[in-house]
Design a protein around this ligand. Sequence first.
Ligand SMILES: [Zn+2]
Ligand SMILES: [Zn+2]
Length: 209
Amino acid sequence: MVRANPEPEWDYEGEVLVRRRRVGPLDNAAYVVACPSTRAAILIDAADEVDRLVDAIGDLNLVAVLETHGHADHWQALAAIEARYDRAWVGAHADDLAMFPPPPPTHHFEHGEEIAFGSCRLRVLHTPGHTPGSVCFLGPGMVFTGDTLFPGGPGNTQTPLGDFPTILRSIRTQLMGLDQATIVYPGHGGSTTIGAEVAAFAQWEKRGW
Ligand SMILES: [Zn+2]
Ligand SMILES: [Zn+2]
């Protein structure tokens, strides 16, 4: 059978499948992460351009939308995604709930919590600093870092709720100890690895941002 719409390409294929869409005016990176054997999937950050996110989800079974933090550029498409996938739950850390439009996400992440989709798992890491409720999601060989860690350093903390010593502590205690080959998928732009970033930690500390 010839499919009318062939499945979009994957950006990563391993124990989980990852599809990235770079959306919106701030080049947000949203990720569909799928479990190969069950076709269950989660969406990390319903950032923007809902039609492109829907295309990336395709015929996967979306079980949850995981928000890395509460900044508005990370949830522009959230209401539209919730309306379309009404069986998918939406999660965010309680410390960022006030930043979401009503109704706020109803599932509140705990540090260390395992998020199941099909037979696959992601683990929640609470990594405050960019915002109080920023979280990362650790998967097999990868970590989705939101605005906590980018190629070149930590996310912006020059904001009312940001705190530079806190983001450094989060990176040091939660991310630096991961395997050096772990792929870092940030909330904006392209990817990097833990090994490529942690070597510069002392420089970030010294420069102060
Ligand atoms: Zn942010
Ligand atoms: Zn952002």
